[in-house]
Ligand binder design. Structure first.
Ligand code: COA
Length: 273
């Protein structure tokens, strides 16, 4: 357990939390360093099949720490600013390509730099009460550190432009409608729903999950032909990690008739749960 990041592991799920509730979980350099250490520690643990990123208190994260990440770091000069950037971009990148599937559980405020980890998580669920905003315009910067790119990845051009120029916040329901999250639910139903989704992911073949999540992120920038070729190779690479999985999946359907792939996953011996 660290100061700015909390976590526990239960039934195959690592429940990681931003842990600066008194500062609305805004990301200072300490948090960025501690989060990277924690992600490192959890990534290949056998008892972790899914990672959920939530927030302590009323916030998911209020974005970058305006005092410690911006003002105090800028006062130390360019080298310090670049290092602070590397530290936050580093753990966001690590999370984008994480070995295990990841879920953002957005319980409350999510502003500015918070869109970095939001996009880094493979799936995202929000409380209807949560508030999302590209608030940078309100205090005098453009949405940097990848957030402008994320806005255009997740939202239509018109919505991204409105969101970035106006700096108005939207609630969880609108965030779901605009594509920032998969679903919005009342706060009291948020954790049970995330637990349910995590539990479904734990039933799947972990090699296939990693190959699939990476493929979804990679193909967006490829031509159709390049994607087709990449996906053939990605499947062949996945087969070299786990050649039995798909054979077992076919066998249980065709020979045993014990399940239907259209309706659920094959029974996997040695599942993390
Ligand atoms: N950077 C630095 N400090 C922050 C912060 C941030 N991004 N967000 C919140 N805090 C601090 C406040 O300064 C305050 O500190 P204090 O207790 O020492 O005075 C504490 O966290 C609580 O914040 P407060 O504003 O009183 O909480 P609130 O619940 O009334 O409002 C927010 C919550 C998120 C609406 C508000 O804190 C806010 O607008 N934060 C900035 C959001 C933002 O623009 N982030 C983008 C950064 S890229």
């Amino acid at each position: 357990m660290t100061k700015t990041v909390a976590f526990d592991v239960a039934e195959g799920v690592a429940w990681v939390r931003f842990n600066r509730p008194e500062k609305r979980n805004c990301m200072n350099p300490t948090l960025n360093r501690e989060m990277m250490v924690l992600l490192d520690e959890l990534e290949f643990r056998d008892d972790v099949g899914v990672l959920v990123l939530g927030g302590e208190g009323t916030a998911w994260t209020a974005g970058m720490d305006l005092k410690e990440y911006f003002r105090e770091t800028e006062a130390l000069g360019l080298g310090a600013m670049r290092q602070a950037d590397r530290e936050c971009f580093g753990w966001w990148r690590r999370l984008r390509w994480y070995q295990k599937p990841t879920i953002a559980m957005v319980n409350g405020w999510c502003f500015g730099g918070g869109y970095g980890p939001l996009f880094s998580c493979d799936l995202a669920f929000a409380a209807e009460e949560a508030q999302f905003g590209l608030s940078e315009i309100n205090w005098g910067i453009l949405p940097g550190g990848g957030t402008t790119k994320i806005a255009t990845e997740l939202m239509s051009f018109r919505r991204a432009m409105y969101h970035a120029l106006l700096g108005e916040s939207i609630d969880g329901r609108t965030a779901a409608e605009w594509g920032l999250v998969n679903e919005a639910l009342p706060l009291e139903r948020l954790r049970p729903r995330v637990a349910e989704v995590a539990s479904k992911l734990l039933e799947k073949n972990p090699v296939t999950l990693k190959a699939t999540k990476d493929a979804i992120r990679r193909v967006g920038e490829m031509t159709y032909d390049n994607a087709e070729d990449f996906l053939v190779r990605a499947q062949e690479a996945a087969n070299s990690f786990d050649d039995q999985g798909r054979r077992e999946g076919i066998r249980q359907f065709i020979d045993d008739k014990s399940y239907k792939p259209g309706l659920g996953a094959y029974a996997r011996p040695g599942s993390v749960r």
